[in-house]
Ligand binder design. Structure first.
Ligand code: FAD
Length: 424
């Protein structure tokens, strides 16, 4: 049996949401003048990669509208035995995708180079970087200095801003031609939208948001591990039958690659012509985030508050402490965010941001596993808590037992004293 997908005409309302969902432009709407309501009909062509996205969307509408006579219109039968069997030995190299924003490289590439560099060493393969954008070529040498053996530069004015529809087809062509073994991206907004689309287009699997990576020395397969079931379980995911093995890496989970003195590498310019860039989306405007939370991920000092802070006003005290320590970054537990005391971009943890500061001060945070997932890589942790036995106090480098409303003012007063030594 081969893969099959078809539309049940009597259940299709012609809503065309499946067209918007399809990553490979395989669905077209056709007129249906004979239909009593003149509803159009979705038709699926040979470009279909059986990714299931349209099926899910159509089923979702059925759930949402609670209609039983329409939707659930797309039916797919996937035959695992027809998945292409590939010769995995043809795939070589560990590739990392370098994101750029406004022409500047995003530092997560150095974390990817750290992770990818270790893999490349075990595999004895090249460590490569894909650098896409406009006017980004100058950065290539810096990536080589940080361990890259080869940098593929894809430079074009139309690639200056990230658009999935522009980036994905070009990357797909490059992957199919060059056959990398592993492909790593950051689990950033860009990576989270680009990586799954690429995985579908190149018929491979992907592990999203991994926080640990390993190479099995015997099978040479990547073991990508990510938190599952709310962080209560760690799942290690393998991609056995297809290549490249893809994964997105949770930013701030790994150290940055260091410069490798004297390291040499190759810069390969990939020719791109206008006709290759036909996105369905359009870049309209960039509106910078005014919220100071936008920089907590990279801050050296983060002062965080939890349920123990008690109210929104209490976060002013935490801001004051952050400022006194030379920063501005204020984080929060989910309990504080859910209480409405501070906005979601400040949330740290499994379902929030990951931080890796030099100093993390946790005020009134008990230290549940979901919170620790976002900050356990901090160099020094100071916990301020009434409960000496809570997990955060056990994990902390310095545990200060007591009421945060007494301890923080005391620290502020001490910091204001002349000749107080720097804390960081
Ligand atoms: P609590 O656990 O209630 O702890 C409050 C602490 O404050 C206590 O230790 C108490 O002793 C102390 N305290 C009280 N008053 C004072 C005072 N005056 N001075 C000093 N100390 C005081 N949580 C996150 O943080 N981030 C996430 O991303 C996240 N994702 C989640 C995802 C899932 C799927 C699930 C199920 C949960 C998630 N959680 C997350 C929630 C998490 O499980 C905890 O509920 C949450 O972290 C608890 O927040 P808290 O430590 O502020 O509150």
């Amino acid at each position: 049996m081969a893969n099959e997908i078809f539309v049940t005409a009597e259940r299709c309302t012609g809503c065309s949401l499946c067209v918007k969902t399809c990553p490979v432009d395989a669905i077209k709407m056709i007129e249906r003048p004979q239909h009593p309501n003149k509803w159009k009909l979705a038709t699926i062509n040979e470009k279909c990669v059986f990714c299931n996205a349209c099926v899910v969307e159509c089923d979702r509408l059925a759930e949402k509208t609670k209609k039983t006579d329409v939707f659930h219109a797309i039916v797919m039968h996937k035959d695992a035995s027809t998945a292409p069997v590939i010769d995995t030995t043809l795939y070589k190299g560990v590739w990392c995708f370098a994101e750029q924003r406004h022409g500047k490289i995003v530092p997560t590439i150095y974390e990817l180079l750290h992770v990818g560099g270790k893999m490349a060493k075990v595999l004895d393969e090249q460590l490569c970087v894909v650098l896409m954008g406009h006017g980004v070529k100058e950065t290539a040498q810096d990536l080589i200095d940080h361990g890259a053996d080869k940098v593929y530069v894809l430079d074009h004015p139309k690639l200056a801003r990230f658009l999935e529809g522009a980036y994905a087809p070009i990357l797909k062509d490059l992957i199919l031609k060059e056959k990398p073994n592993k492909f790593l991206m950051a689990a950033s907004a860009v990576g989270r939208s680009l990586a799954p689309r690429l995985a579908v287009m190149t018929h491979t699997g992907i592990t999203a948001d991994a926080t640990e990576f390993d190479i099995n020395p015997t099978t040479k397969m990547m073991h990508a591990t990510r938190p599952s079931f709310g962080g209560n379980l760690m799942a290690t995911i393998l991609c056995e039958r297809s290549r490249p093995e893809m994964a997105t890496m949770r930013p701030m989970s790994f150290p940055m690659a260091k410069k490798v003195p004297g390291h040499k590498g190759e810069v390969k310019i990939v020719p791109i012509d206008d006709s290759m860039i036909q996105p369905r989306e359009e870049f309209v405007e960039f509106i910078p985030d005014q919220d100071s939370a936008s920089d907590i991920s990279t801050a050296e000092v983060v002062v965080s508050g939890g349920k123990g802070v008690g109210n929104a006003k209490g976060f002013e005290l935490l801001r004051e402490l952050a400022k006194a320590l030379g920063g501005e970054a204020v984080g929060a537990s989910r309990a504080a965010v859910d209480s409405g005391w501070i906005s979601y971009p400040h949330q740290i943890g499994l379902t929030g941001r990951t931080v890796r500061p030099k100093l993390y001060i946790a005020c009134g945070i008990s230290g549940q596993v979901q919170h620790l997932a976002g900050m356990s890589q901090a160099e020094v942790v100071v916990a301020i808590n009434k409960d000496a036995d809570c997990p955060m106090m056990k994990l902390a480098t310095y545990a200060l037992q007591g009421d945060l409303y007494e301890i923080i003012p005391a620290i502020l007063a001490a910091l204001k004293k002349p000749n107080t030594p720097a804390l960081t």
